[in-house]
Design a protein around this ligand. Structure first.
Ligand code: NCD
Ligand code: ZN
Length: 346
């Protein structure tokens, strides 16, 4: 195949994104809105977005931060807690702006203290979600400290996901930001209502990146990066053409002081080069022709939303990702900071 130097694809969407709130929200929304038509916005604010009314208000704050001239639609989510009621799920469905409910195991990650302590406490809410076809978006890790941190996703499949799918066979489930061969294989073999998002960092980096020449806090995320064999399996899943896998950056900005700390926050800020990084991955895999399916078709098809109708153009061209956005302890350090990018947004 001749080398492709320009790529025109249907505008992509980001099916897993953290936008935060307040000043941070205004700083990060433009990076996503320049590239993506829509994004599933995660609800892990403080306090969490637990009701349709909170989601609607957050949606308006996001829209207020979209630069003039860009059309960007935030797709809102609710934060599932032990106390989420069927009535709250019904109100979320009726709102028209809530497109999923996020399951964080309590204590698993950033702002997950209000998360689910025991999935059985959520049976009534899950029943309502199944009936209303409201997808459950799962952070797939066990939080049991006796389980090795690198094994927490594989263990989650056995302990939680398999029993859940058996009890709610018509529930639509997105296994978020998968990081292992086991997760990729599980999703590929599951029924059509089970899908997964895959991040650019889990496709480009293995766990060596956390320790390359010294501790690299900007490569620390959850679920944590895994071995090279897992990265390979994820690349095969993403570039293989299956509609069960789609783009979700998990772009998760934290200010520099919160990353470069004795107890650094988990999260990689990939939004400033997200679609460019995915293009690089598909290019390296010899699968540029499949980028559009992964980035622009599989997500809306799963969520039963229309595909975008406008396009985005990428050019093969090297440029340097800025080392940081802003100055001092509040700066945001993006993925690939100060380093070479191989695709450019036109
Ligand atoms: C996310 C965050 O910072 O909100 N962090 C991360 O490492 N991915 C939370 C999450 O998605 O687990
Ligand atoms: Zn996330």
């Amino acid at each position: 195949m001749a080398e492709v130097n320009e790529l025109v694809i249907t505008r992509p969407d980001d099916w897993h994104l953290h936008l935060r709130d307040g000043d941070m929200l205004a700083r990060v929304v433009p990076d996503t809105a320049k590239r993506f038509g829509r994004a599933i916005v995660m609800p892990n604010l403080v306090p969490p977005v637990t009701t349709a009314a909170l989601a609607r208000a957050y949606r308006q704050r996001i829209l207020d931060a979209v630069p003039n001239g860009l059309a960007f639609e935030p797709l809102m989510t609710l934060y599932l807690t032990d106390n989420t009621t069927p009535a709250q799920i019904e109100a979320a469905k009726a709102s028209g702006c809530v497109h999923g409910v996020k399951w964080y195991p309590a204590g698993a990650t950033t702002n997950s203290d209000a998360g689910v302590t025991d999935i059985r406490r959520c049976d009534a809410a899950l029943e309502a979600m199944q009936a209303l076809e409201m997808p459950l978006l799962m952070h797939g890790e066990v939080t049991d400290h006796s389980v090795d941190v690198f094994d927490r996703e594989a263990e989650f499949i056995q302990r939680h996901l398999i029993p859940l799918i058996a009890r709610f066979p018509r529930l639509r489930v997105v296994f978020e930001h998968i990081t292992t061969r086991q997760a990729a294989e599980f999703v590929a073999a599951a029924h059509e209502g089970v899908a997964a998002t895959i991040t650019p960092h889990h496709l480009l980096l293995n766990r060596n990146a956390i320790f390359a020449g010294g501790l690299r806090p900007h490569n620390y995320c959850l679920p944590v990066l895994k071995r090279e064999e897992h990265r390979h399996a994820l690349v095969a899943a993403a570039t293989g053409g299956s509609p069960k896998f789609f783009l979700g950056t998990d772009s998760a900005p934290h200010e520099r002081h919160a990353k470069e700390s004795a107890c650094g926050c988990a999260g990689i800020y990939s939004a400033p080069g997200a679609i460019e990084l995915y293009a690089e991955i598909f290019d390296q895999a010899g699968a540029l022709d499949r980028l559009e399916g992964f980035a622009s078709f599989h997500g809306p098809d799963f969520y039963r939303l229309p595909r975008n109708t406008d396009t985005l153009t990428l050019k093969r061209e090297t440029w340097q990702m800025p080392a940081q956005f802003g100055e001092g302890p509040d700066a945001l350090v993006p993925m690939r900071a100060g380093d070479r990018m191989t695709w450019r947004l036109v």
